[in-house]
Design a protein around this ligand. Structure first.
Ligand SMILES: C[S@@+](CC[C@H](N)C(=O)[O-])C[C@H]1O[C@@H](n2cnc3c(N)ncnc32)[C@H](O)[C@@H]1O
Length: 495
């Protein structure tokens, strides 16, 4: 996955997990111990096992639900075997089998994949313990069928018999897995029988690859790592940034007003159907993602560069704050999204579709916000595919990009101007360490540490060095539903 594609989506388009799930009626079980499934969720039909093995794919039309299951299998394979990010596979130009599905089936596929990836560690553990011998490393398709079947049995409101029959049918219809029907059937039946026990122990199973957990334990310690993993297991709430009057919006949407002015709703909302969507009264943005732009202070009437701007959550904040904003973004498709988002919000900015490494501003800026491309490990609760598609060497590669970008951006600031650097990463190499390197190598810049006196609501998030640091699992203003992991540092140019 490229750094760009790993970028979070602060301004969410109508196609998102929440709304798809709402559309499909596929409500996930709440994760955690002792939460047995309630039955009678989405009707996948009552597929009968059988059907003819048809080589690759499923040429014959199958029982209801099978097309969705096949699309989910193909997409899960793309993500966990090939390392493709999930988001683009679920978009309009995404995976072919997915594109052909009805809106309801698309919703079902999104819900299955979200749960399968969010709980991948626990599901893998449950399957492994119920196999007589380990699966062949190359048995990717069989593994995916077992994972999706187990996901439905453990985490979605689908009757066990329907979920299991569908998995067995899907196995039987493909030559590569036709002989494993018995195994699929017996493993999934055991998982259904032992559901309570599996869910009770799920929290103790690591929900990310070992290399990531080892990093977090080294950097944040075991307790905070456990809190990060617990936060990842719960789907996040829906946070909105109001264009104006947060209290009015919170009341209008019956949401909770967070101390930074974000409005928090539960996640089962269709974003584009919420009041104020059409009129551009708010945009989707995690409460932590809304902090870096605020660190610039009073920007009204000032020239602000928003570097690495798409999809535009921070651009919107800056424009709404009265600044004259130049939004720099190198990806054309993401720039289109940024423009579309600002259009909906009736906000205007100057758009520069350019690479930060070749961009040349006509004049210097009063303020610069650099929201650099990063591993995005702070957004795993919103993108549960990330742990399974990231590689550690990407973090090493991105460090150099971030360092060079910061150094380049520093040249474009007026004397007295303020620079904020931010990443949505849990990795100190992309946050704290970058800030220290910049301070050491730029004596024309003085750090502007954040203090609780200036931002009382951020007291728990100001580090001793004066950085902003959030970790998933940290409560904000008494709201225990957590925030994304973010880092931000701030400097003033001396002359
Ligand atoms: C973390 S996202 C930005 C999120 C955005 N600031 C927001 O709040 O909505 C990083 C963005 O940087 C863009 N990007 C990556 N490398 C870039 C470069 N060299 N020049 C300009 N943009 C770049 C990516 O395409 C991506 O859209």
């Amino acid at each position: 996955m490229s750094a760009d594609e790993g970028a979070r989506r602060d301004v969410r388009e109508p196609h998102n997990t929440q709304e798809s799930r709402a559309a499909s009626g596929a409500r996930p079980h709440r994760s955690g111990a002792g939460k047995g499934p309630s039955k009678g969720g989405p009707k996948t039909g009552g597929p009968k096992t059988g059907g003819k093995a048809s080589g690759r794919g499923t040429a014959q039309p199958g029982p209801p639900g099978l097309a969705a299951r096949d699309a989910a299998t193909a997409i899960l394979l793309k993500v966990v075997r090939d390392g493709s990010p999930l988001g683009p596979l679920l978009e309009a130009g995404g995976a072919p089998g997915f594109r052909a599905l009805s809106a309801q089936d698309k919703g079902l596929v999104r819900a299955i994949l979200d749960a399968a990836l969010r709980h991948r560690g626990a599901i893998e553990d449950a399957i492994r313990k119920r196999l007589e011998r380990p699966l062949d490393e190359k048995a990717h398709r069989l593994s995916a069928l077992l994972h999706l079947g187990a996901t439905q049995v453990l985490y979605l409101d689908v009757p066990d018999h329907a979920a299991i029959n569908l998995a067995v049918t899907a196995a039987g219809r493909d030559r590569r897995t036709a002989k494993t029907k018995g195994l699929v059937n017996s493993v999934l039946r055991r998982i259904a029988r032992e559901r309570s026990e599996i869910l009770a122990s799920a929290a103790s199973v690591n929900g990310a690859p070992d290399w990531l957990i080892a990093r977090w334990e080294k950097n944040w310690g075991p307790e905070r790592t456990a809190a990060i993993l617990a936060a990842h297991a719960d789907a996040p709430p829906l946070d909105l940034t109001p264009k104006s009057d947060p209290a009015e919006l919170a009341e209008r949407l019956s949401g909770d007003l967070l101390p930074n002015g974000s409005v928090r709703l539960d996640r089962l909302h269709t974003v584009s159907k919420l009041p104020g969507y059409e009129t551009g009264d708010w945009w989707v943005q995690d409460a932590a993602a809304a902090i870096p732009a605020r660190l610039l202070g009073d920007i009204s009437g000032k020239r602000v560069a928003d570097l690495c701007a798409a999809p535009g959550g921070k651009t919107a904040q800056l424009v709404a704050g009265g600044a004259i904003v130049t939004a720099v973004e190198k990806s054309s498709s993401r720039m289109r999204r940024l423009k579309g988002n600002l259009e909906r919000l009736r906000l205007s900015a100057e758009f520069a579709e350019a690479d930060v490494f070749s961009f040349q501003p006509a004049e210097s800026f009063d303020f610069i916000l650099l929201d650099a491309p990063c591993s995005a490990t702070g957004t795993i609760r919103r993108h549960p595919d990330l742990p399974w598609t990231k590689r550690e060497d990407e973090i090493v590669m991105l460090r150099k990009v971030q360092q060079d970008m910061l150094a380049r951006a520093a040249n474009w600031l007026k004397p007295g101007g303020i620079l904020v650097y931010a990443t949505c990463s849990l990795e100190p190499e992309e946050g704290e360490e970058q800030a220290h390197i910049f301070t050491k190598s730029h004596d024309m810049f003085e750090p502007m540490p954040l203090h609780a006196a200036e931002f009382p609501e951020l007291q728990d998030f100001c580090t001793p060095e004066g950085f902003f640091r959030s970790l998933p699992g940290m409560a904000f203003g008494g709201d225990s539903r957590g925030v994304d992991g973010f880092f931000a540092a701030r400097w003033r140019r001396l002359n």
